[in-house]
Write a protein that binds this ligand. Structure first.
Ligand code: ZN
Length: 431
């Protein structure tokens, strides 16, 4: 191998290790389960090894399988390599595969069901249709055939009966994003079923909102990074990274903005994985124009309208944590009268109906910002506001914890809210 291919081999091994570490730390795989592969431009497949602890995986553990079947590396390749190969053989556009047995997707897999990605707009946008491969023995040729059959229909992610899920992508970031997004959606749908009856978007509603989000901000002539906001960019980045680690945000879900001077603000970009975000990727919107050469998050016009109408709001966060989204899929009202902390930091949590008209949706939310600092936009996202990124993030966390407690309490008894006298006392002490 020459130097150039050595470098790229190292980079691929690092990338696979980084993604597996992420899956493991987000508790989407066990130490023994799950495998990831990348197909390089020479046709080699780089794959995680068999029998190595996922909690201790190192780049030097990654195995290479050449097109003629020659294996190089210090371990055996994953025993599930046959279905990776079968997918690459039938879908030349797929260059990376992520497979594991994460708990929520496995719940669907063992009940012979497919979680509907139309439950959450972003999941449908990143995953598209979801296939279902009938059971076959792990590592078998038969499993490879069954999995490949689903991918050849055009699905980019499929459920595997009594097994798990597998996602493909043009690169590893895309494959991971699909995998993570469907797991979060599967989790939210389970919560929605506990709370009541889930409602998903129609294909027509999805397409209409997809088109409504298309908007190109006029760009400023100045290019490059405006260094004057460096500290604010780092502050945003810090909370995005924390949100990913905590499971409140995901590759494809999590928009954070922060007011600068007057109505100018900084916002996370569109189309860059939140896990891989750098401070320099964050976009400045100034005088209604965006920093040259960058694309702000799809909701930037909504952020702008909120900043223009609510001078007290200095930060806005959009995210799709699964427990709050369970309320947003089932249309269940969220009661903040759980514990004092919830009453102290959250006003009324407003359920915003799904609207395909972005202008009307913006107007509705701008009006609600006076009475609510945490809203659940049905089948879409959660929105929190604050006088700082920390405060908006804290509200997101408090609301998500409360949502989880409310869902879990359904299994053990009837919810007894804090009464109005107790609530008045709390709000009187902590206005
Ligand atoms: Zn497996």
């Amino acid at each position: 191998m020459n130097n150039a291919s050595n470098t790229s081999a190292k980079a691929l091994a690092n990338l696979i290790t980084e993604i597996m570490n992420r899956i493991y730390s987000r508790r989407m795989t066990t130490t023994s389960g799950g495998n990831i592969s990348i197909k390089d431009t020479s046709g080699n497949t780089w794959i995680t090894p068999a029998g190595v602890d996922k909690g201790e995986l190192q780049p030097s553990d990654i195995v290479c399988i050449q097109p003629d079947g020659t294996v190089t590396g210090s371990h055996m390749p994953s025993s599930e390599y046959p279905f990776h190969k079968a997918i690459y053989d039938c879908r030349p556009d797929i260059k990376a595969i992520v497979h594991a047995h994460p708990p929520a997707l496995v719940s669907w897999s063992i009940t012979d069901k497919i979680p509907d990605p139309l439950a959450i707009f972003t999941t449908q946008r990143v995953c598209g249709s979801v296939g279902f491969a009938p059971y076959a023995m792990p590592g078998s040729q038969e499993l490879g055939e069954k999995v490949a059959r689903e991918f050849s229909k055009g699905h980019n992610i499929i459920m595997m009966e009594n097994h798990g899920a597998v996602a493909g992508g043009a690169d590893i970031a895309e494959a991971y994003q699909r995998f993570e997004s469907l797991e979060n959606c599967a989790d939210a749908l389970i919560g929605a079923n506990i709370l009541g009856k889930p409602t998903c978007l129609s294909q027509g509603e999805f397409s209409a909102f997809y088109n409504a989000l298309k908007f190109a901000y006029p760009q400023t002539e100045q290019s490059g990074i405006d260094n004057s906001d460096e500290n604010r960019r780092i502050e945003i980045l810090k909370f995005v990274q924390r949100g990913c680690r905590q499971g409140l945000m995901a590759s494809a879900a999590g928009t954070v903005s922060m007011r600068c001077d007057k109505n100018d603000f900084l916002i996370t970009p569109a189309n860059i994985s939140r896990w891989a975000l750098q401070a320099g990727d964050i976009v400045k919107i100034s005088g209604g124009k965006c920093e040259a050469g960058k694309t702000p998050g799809r909701s930037a016009r909504l952020h702008q309208a909120i900043y223009e109408n609510h001078p007290d709001i200095h930060s806005i966060i959009l995210a799709q944590p699964p427990n709050l989204m369970a309320f947003g899929i089932s249309g269940t009202p969220f009661d903040v009268h759980t514990i004092p902390e919830s009453l102290m930091f959250l006003k009324e949590v407003v359920l915003v109906p799904f609207m395909t008209d972005f202008g009307k949706l913006t107007e509705f939310i701008v009006n609600q910002c006076s009475v609510s600092n945490a809203m659940i936009l049905m089948n879409n996202t959660v929105l929190t506001t604050g006088n700082s990124v920390l405060q908006a993030y804290d509200r997101l966390e408090i609301a998500e914890f409360g949502a989880r407690s409310l869902i879990m309490s359904k299994a053990i008894g009837k919810f007894k809210p804090i009464n109005s006298q107790q609530a008045d006392e709390i709000r009187g002490m902590f206005p």
